[in-house]
Design a protein around this ligand. Structure first.
Ligand SMILES: [Zn+2]
Ligand SMILES: [Zn+2]
Length: 265
């Protein structure tokens, strides 16, 4: 089993040392893990969800040290990655930052609609003033743009918009097709993320119909716990595997030096 989505305390909303995550990965019997902490955003964007710009190299050194520790202690293989925000107005900036980064994998995430971090529990009141169907449509359009941008290897939690359980009334299938097509054409993988099981949605991201749409179009898949605590490493991955099988997947991919490699499911 692989867990390709884990955070570190540097982002300010996760806890535990990298060694704790690696040890939790070993205890869970994982073969490969990937640290993917939140990459900082440029000025004018919130700075409190991510590590700071000046911390990036120290973060990568921490990952290298954790990988060495894991090798010595019989733990999982440790890969390096980041979770980068999709900022439609800052594509050249993001491209430049990512080109300079020496990591195995880049996750791309839509956490913002305009300036609203819609998955932040502190900003949940804003759901009262939006039309959920419109919000869902805007969200999936942004996910599709992110998938086509060429910036990311994987799109993380591709239906995060359901996080708090505000579900669209309209049938979301056309949006799922839009996203699956964009992933296929953009050469981007889809992540099966168990973080949603621990949120009010109580569901893996993405839902089965979205995952199945991706499978039909030949979009490769990864999986991850989105652990923000060592206790969450590997959480729900057996369920993720069941969902993948149900969607028709027979294998996964992981990334080394940003190149996809097929691995058994
Ligand atoms: Zn986070
Ligand atoms: Zn994450």
């Amino acid at each position: 089993m692989i867990d390709l989505h884990m955070h570190t305390a540097r982002c300010g909303h996760a806890t535990g040392s990298l060694i704790d995550y690696v040890e939790a990965g070993r205890a869970a019997g994982l073969e490969v893990v990937c640290f993917t902490d939140h990459l900082p955003m440029p000025e004018g964007y919130p700075q409190h969800y991510t590590m700071r710009h000046e911390e990036i190299s120290a973060y990568l050194e921490d990952v290298t040290a954790a990988a060495a520790f894991s090798r010595k202690t019989g733990g999982p293989e440790v890969l390096s990655g980041v979770e980068a925000d999709w900022m439609p107005a800052r594509v050249p900036f993001t491209r430049e930052v990512l080109e300079r980064l020496d990591v195995d994998m880049v996750l791309g995430s839509v956490h913002f609609l305009e300036d609203w971090a819609f998955d932040d529990p502190d900003l949940i009141a804003r759901y009262d003033s939006v039309v959920i169907d419109d919000m869902w449509e805007s969200y999936f359009r942004e996910v599709a743009c992110a998938a086509r941008s060429g910036l990311f290897d994987v799109i993380a939690h591709a239906d995060l918009v359901k996080k708090f359980g505000f579900l669209s009334v309209a049938d979301p299938s056309p949006w799922y097709e839009l996203v699956a097509e964009a992933l296929a054409e953009g050469g981007c993988a889809i992540e099966v993320n168990t973080g949603g099981l621990r949120k009010p949605a109580r569901e893996i991201y993405p839902s089965l119909p979205l995952l199945a749409a991706c499978q039909r179009r030949g979009v490769p898949a990864t999986m991850g716990s989105d652990a923000h605590d060592p206790l969450e490493v590997g959480a729900g991955l057996a369920q993720a595997r069941e969902l993948l099988v149900e969607a028709g997947y027979r294998s996964l991919v992981l990334f080394r030096s940003r190149r996809a490699e097929e691995v058994p499911l």
